[in-house]
Design a protein around this ligand. Sequence first.
Ligand code: ISL
Length: 577
Amino acid sequence: MLTATVGNGSSADPSPVATTGVPHSTAQRWWRDAVIYQVYVRSFLDSTGDGIGDLAGVRTGLPYLKKLGVDGVWLSPFYPSPQHDHGYDVADYCDVDPVYGDLAEFDGLVVDAHRLGLKVLLDIVPNHCSSEHPWFRAALAEGSGGTSRSLFHFADGRGTDGELPPNNWRAMFGGPAWSRVTEPDGTPGQWYLHMFTPEQPDLNWRNPVVGDMFEKVLRFWLDRGVDGFRIDVAAGLYKHPELPDSPDPEADERTRDSVNPLAWNQPEVHQVWRDWRALCEEYTARDGHDRLLVGEVSVRTPREQAAYVRPDELHQAFFFHLLTARWDIEVFRTVISEALTDIAETGSTVTWVLNNHDQVRTVTRYATEPGGGPGAVSEATSGGEHGPARARAAALLMLALPGAAYVYQGEELGLPEVVDLPDDVLTDPIFHRTGSRRGVRDGCRVPLPWSGHASPFGFTKDAEAARPWLPQPEWFAEHSTERAVADTRSFWHLYREGLHLRRSLPQLGEGTLRWLDSPPQVLAFVRGDGLVCAINFGTDPVPAPVPGAPLLASGDCPEGTLPGSTAAWWITASDPR
Ligand code: ISL
């Protein structure tokens, strides 16, 4: 219900204005405040009964997503791949893995999506390919000195017989970032660089052939009608040209090298994004519709991230600082303020994200805080007392912030992380390479529950089907889409209502945000002329900042109050302070 209520808010002076500085989006610049739904294809919907989701399943689910109210989908990699990292190890960038369908199915998906008014984004993986890619196979076959080796980072080892890796870099998924090959004559040979698993050799972007290949790949998919790309590891690609030792390869976590300043965030990478942006503009010039580049840019600060979304580079970069923020009002306030200052200065909009296929789901993450970040989830916790309420509140906050947002499949169902998958079903290379469950990502990738009371919960098409590729717990029944859609108090209805209000209210989407003075546990701001959003990080109720019933709330708000772990939106005709 759209209830216009009048109120005077709290009494102190407002904080300074933060603004995105550009007018509300147009059809061309649709991405600036779009909400995109991340489809992890493998776990969305299985049409063939092999226990693995596929493109035909995605097609079937499109009307559901339309009803939810998102603007488009980002499809996780479905290219031919040996699946060592579930498709982030690409063997052929211009085809569909038979597990997921074929090109005709893909073309049908694009047609269906566009008919429904949904954009389609693909996941492109330019930092590395699969060790099964023809280039890497050729590099192995040609031996030391072969031209294909220059497409990757091959180097002689250190030590008397080259038995030591060329430098001390660590892989993101555990172990050294180098593996030694056996040369065609059977002798131990050179080493090659892989910042993730050995099955994902890093490409050498200093060789122009690599960039030329990716230009063809982008054109291949743009010509098939896609609306843009999510770019994997967009702060990667270039390494320090001399591949020297990292000053402190284990400064971050024991198994991750994400802070190695020589492996990431090299200045040369920005030219790639300028070239890709120019290519997108070429397509925009043809029909007036922007193609979107959204980067997975994992860098330390919002300011560093801003460099990737300069006007001639990527359109968007996921703002992971919100996703990694613990449930703490000051952390949230700082993260949001920095985003609005640093990213808005570039003329882009902030791209908010709370969940994705690499992270512990919010319902579980927030349940375990304060005290632990995404890597510190107790196995005993699966939602907890506060998790769902906090996750609902965070969702409403995210949808009220200026800019774009991404929703990860299952987020709209309030799906908790599956924290107790037995070791023998875990598929994540992080588990197999580190021997530890820390940071393991299977728990957020369990196939979605659609209907019914028992696994496969409608994920696979019939009872004869193979079991889902990861086991679904019994309690998934409580989170099926069928139940969620039928229950007006579900997460699903909260997301749906929030998404629909974003469309209908001019204050939401792009625009300004002005902080309001508020009680110590409450973050409150006003959007445009009179949409107030407040979120109570505490456990006790506080007086609502605006009298009258909220327009939308993440939980019950007894008259005039905002309970703990709750967010709400109000429309007010008076100037809130
Ligand atoms: O996830 C991260 C931190 O927790 C990021 O630092 C990092 O960017 C991430 O590991 C990279 O992820 C992406 O590339 C991987 C793939 O396994 C992930 O699923 C993908 O999102 C390798 O392609």
